[in-house]
Each structure stands twice: as C-alpha cells, then as structure tokens.
Design a protein around this ligand. Structure first.
Ligand SMILES: Cc1cc2nc3c(=O)[nH]c(=O)nc-3n(C[C@H](O)[C@H](O)[C@H](O)COP(=O)(O)OP(=O)(O)OC[C@H]3O[C@@H](n4cnc5c(N)ncnc54)[C@H](O)[C@@H]3O)c2cc1C
Length: 495
C-alpha cells in the first residue's frame, strides 16, 4: 500500500510555504516565522493537556482553501490535524505538522420551508442552534453549545433531543467532504453513499467535512430545565433513584425528559446532583421530576424553570463545573445496562472518592457522570446503517478527572484508564452472574461512546462489527492514512 512517511513540515523550503500563502485566501501561520502573539493563541485547546506546537496552521476562508491545503499536505506528506470547535477530551485536533483550523468557516443558513440548516465545517453547535431557533426550529446537537459540529457530527453526537430524534449524525442529510487528494465531494443518500455511511460515526477517517446539512425540528423556544444538588447523606437514596428516574420517568416521557446525574467530591464527601431537561411546559416537567423534589434537594442552589433552549446549552452555565483554571482533563466512559446495579454504582463512587483523595486540591472539580437519557431512538436504527456502533440502550457512566497541574498529566491518564477498566470489570462480572452475555438492542453494539474517551480505546471497541467496512472505506478514500488523528482505521492491521 502506498503509505508515505508523514513529516512535520519544519524542513519545508520557504518557496513551498510562499506558494501555499499565495494560493489561499486565508492565513498561513508558521511557527518561528509568524508573530508569537498570532501563533500561540491558535494552539489553545479546551483541554490544555493536548496543546501541541504545530509547525503550520492554515485558517481557510473558503472551501477552495481547504482543498488547496489538503493538496499541499498530500504533496509534502505532512502530518495533518483538523481543528473545529477544539473541544475534544483527547487531542486529535492537535499535531506537530499542519493544522487545518476551521474557525473562520462558521456561516449557517436555514431554510425554514425545507426545515434544514446548512452549516460550514468550522461551526460550533451554538451557531446552528442560534440560527435555527431564531426561526422556531431546533437542530440535534450536544449538551454544550461550544462543541464543534465537526467532531460531534462525525463521531455520532448525543444531546437532549437525541431521545426524540437520534444522534446528531442521524440528523445529517448531506455533507461536503474534502478527500485526501483534495477533491471536494458530496456525501448523502444519493451521492457517495459509502462515504456518507462512514462520516456518520467514523470520525475524520475519510476526510474533512467542509459543510454539513442538518435536518431541523419544530420546537417550542422554551424548555423546563435546571440543576438539583443533594447533601452527602442522600447518596444511597440518590443512587437508588437512578433506576426509578430512568425506568419510570425518562422512559415514559416520549423522549422529552433527559436526566443526567453528576457527582463531585467536596471535603471527602460525595455531593450528588441531577441536571434535568424537559421539552415541554413547566406543569408537565414538574410531574416528571417529582421524585427528585421528594428526595430533598439543597436550597438555594437547586431548582428548574422555563428558559430558552439555547440557554440550557450555553457553555457559561457549565463554567462553575469546569472553572477555566482547571484546564487539564481526561474523560472516559462505558455503558451499563438497566436495571442498574446499585452495588456497582456504590463501588464506582467509592473508587472515585479514593482517587480524588490522592490529590484533593487538584482534583476538586472532577466529576462522575451518569447519563440516564432514553437511548432507544438511537438504538432503533440498524447497527449497519452508519459507522456509529454504540447503538444500545444503557446508562453511560463517565469520569471527568480535571486538574490544573501539568506534573499530574501522566499519572491522571493512567488513573482514569485503571478506573474505567475496574468499572468495566465489575459490569462484566455482574452480567456473567446474571447470565447476560450480550446486552443492548443490537447484538454486537459496542458499549463505548468514542467521543467521551481518552482516545486510546481498541478500534474494535469503537467500531464493533462495522470495523470491517471502515477498513474497506479507508482503503478506498484514504489509502495513504493521511487522516490519522481520531481512531484511525489501519486496513493493514488485524481487527
Ligand atoms: C465539555 C464537553 C461537553 C461535551 N458534551 C458532549 C455532548 O453533550 N454530547 C456529545 O456527543 N459529545 C459531547 N462532547 C464530546 C464532543 O462531542 C467531542 O469532543 C467532539 O469531538 C468535539 O468536536 P470539536 O469539533 O469541538 O473538536 P476538535 O477538537 O476541534 O476536533 C476533534 C476531532 O474531530 C474531528 N473533526 C473536527 N472537525 C471536523 C471536520 N470539519 N470534518 C471532519 N472531522 C472533523 C477530527 O477528527 C478532529 O481531530 C463534549 C465534550 C466536552 C469537552
């Protein structure tokens, strides 16, 4: 297979860079040549652990710029990374070679009659939400408006509307994609269907998406939403309540109720909480969260109200949970089936407490997450319909270890890995005891949500039974493995 060795571009002749500069409308920023105050901020990533000093950063202004840049990458065998919202847990949007930084391609146009939004490849979720909601429509996006459409759509994408309408990727109608040779092609149900299959869950394995066309949904502008916190003595009751909330409320809400559990450690105690989101009027919403109210939340600090949907995804409301000074993070996750084993939940919390206790100051904003939403819409779509393989019903248990001291990076990466291995082992053991070999709506569906991982999972855990087709498509669309940053599928390697 034709697979050139990728280089970082530091030895490129100046004529080559001059030629690139003169052939694109956008900026070409070069390490050591461009002013530091221009270069350095472009390296910033939400997770500061993954800042890398790229040699060349191209900021395309047009789709043609993207195409020209990709051709340049191909011609010089450069290491290349794509950066859109810069919001990944792991570091695939950073690299040492050339970064195609999509931040200047953020236009959105909405067709109200057709109920579609066409978004440029550098948009963040908030761009599409704002443009759509201004005309009474809503896209399916994630929980946070700062997340890039690029990562969230190509990796799957789960948000509060997913229980009604599926993944972000399930609401993608078409895309324009820059392939490894620089050609821009359309991927849809009508054109290049295999590519369309691959970019819905296969990440950036097959190309860079320069434009997304999303299906929109009619929606009331306001939703009922808020946070509820509980004192540490309520922990056991809180964990017991998770099954009740999922089975008796979330699953009976026609996809309108999303409940997310989160838990932090303060002064050695577990402070549990729920974030609730209900797509309907307050009177209805209140009925759906009655068990939380009965448990006795902490006031002030707890409560829900009607608010514009765009406010519920506003990154600002999460900033107290992710204070900017704590900017090094590892997030990993797994799925556990219902009914949840409260014993496993308790052991998970205890283990988390032990971890935080090792560096209480540094890990104080770390969190455990329990995603109790209704996954049955996502799981109702056949597993081989798209590359996305995690189509099953379950609760996603995640850990966000967050710290602010670079010296802890290596240790924390390992601690998070070991923690999740332990949780997975408990789940496996429990399944065996119950005689469950394979759980979920589809046999073979993975238990992994790849967008919330440390970037280091086995390919078969990410793509499951779709790995074979991923390899076929990689051979067709990217034989030289140019796109090698987010779970790159190497067709030469065994599954
Ligand atoms: C605080 C926080 C909250 C989150 N909440 C959710 C959530 O509610 N639901 C959910 O599903 N996920 C969530 N995520 C995960 C998030 O969806 C992923 O991290 C996603 O990859 C971010 O996309 P990005 O474009 O911002 O990332 P970037 O770091 O810019 O890019 C990451 C990778 O995405 C791919 N990519 C980016 N742009 C393109 C493009 N134009 N074409 C092709 N590939 C591209 C590339 O592989 C790139 O390396 C959350 C993450 C964080 C940090």
């Amino acid at each position: 297979m034709n697979r050139p060795k990728r280089v970082d571009g530091s030895n490129l002749p100046s004529e080559a860079l001059d030629a690139l500069r003169s052939s694109v409308k956008g900026k070409v920023v070069v390490k050591g040549q461009s002013p530091e105050e221009e270069y350095r901020p472009l390296l910033e990533r939400w997770n500061r652990m993954h800042i890398k000093e790229a040699n060349i950063i191209v900021l395309p202004e047009t789709e043609e710029d993207v195409s020209t840049t990709v051709k340049f990458v191909a011609e010089h065998n450069l290491d290349v990374a794509i950066s859109s919202g810069r919001h990944t847990y792991s570091g695939p949007s950073s690299g040492y070679g050339l970064v195609i930084d999509m931040r200047n391609l953020r236009k959105v146009s909405v067709d109200v009659d057709k109920m579609i939004a066409v978004a440029q490849g550098g948009c963040i979720a908030g761009d599409v939400e704002a443009a759509s909601e201004a005309v009474g429509l809503r896209p399916v996006m994630g929980a946070v408006n700062a997340t890039g459409c690029g990562g969230i759509t190509t990796g799957g994408g789960i948000g509060n509307l997913s229980a009604q309408y599926g993944l972000v990727a399930d609401n993608l109608l078409a895309a324009r994609v820059a392939l490894a040779d620089g050609r821009i092609v359309v991927a849809s149900d009508e054109e290049n269907q295999d590519l369309f299959w691959g970019i819905r869950g296969g990440g950036s394995n097959f190309g860079l998406v320069t434009e997304f066309t999303y299906k929109l949904h009619k929606a009331d502008p306001q939703v009922y939403s808020g946070f509820f916190m509980f004192s540490p003595d309520k922990l056991d009751a809180y964990l017991e309540l998770m099954n009740v909330m999922n089975q008796d409320y979330v699953m009976k809400s026609n996809g309108k109720l999303a409940v997310n559990g989160f838990l932090a450690i303060m002064g050695g105690n577990a402070i549990p909480g729920f974030l609730i989101w209900y797509d309907g009027p307050e009177e209805e919403g209140k009925k759906f969260i009655q068990p939380l109210l009965d448990l006795g939340p902490i006031y002030p600090g707890s409560g829900a109200e009607m608010k514009p949907h765009t406010l519920t995804t506003d990154w600002k409301q999460f900033e107290t949970m992710f204070p900017p000074q704590f900017n090094r993070l590892v997030g990993t996750s797994t799925q556990i089936s219902y009914p949840l084993s409260v014993d496993i939940l308790k052991k998970t919390v205890e283990k988390f407490k032990e971890i935080v206790a090792t560096h209480p100051e540094n890990l104080s904003v770390s969190k455990l997450l329990f995603d109790l939403r209704d996954y049955s819409k996502i799981a109702s779509i056949p597993l081989d319909a798209t590359a996305y393989a995690n189509r099953r019903v379950g609760c996603l248990i995640g850990i966000d270890l967050i710290w602010d001291n670079e010296e802890l990076d290596k240790e924390m990466m390992q601690v998070a890995k070991d923690f999740m291995s332990q949780v997975r082992a408990w789940i496996k053991e429990d399944n065996q005891q119950k005689g469950i070999a394979e759980v979920g709506a589809h046999v073979g569906a993975t238990t992994l949500y790849a967008l919330v991982t440390d970037g280091d999972e086995k390919l078969v855990s990410v793509f499951g039974p779709n790995l074979g087709k991923m390899k076929e498509l990689k051979r067709k669309y990217d034989p030289g493995m140019m796109w090698d940053k987010w779970y790159p599928v190497d067709p030469e390697l065994p599954n």
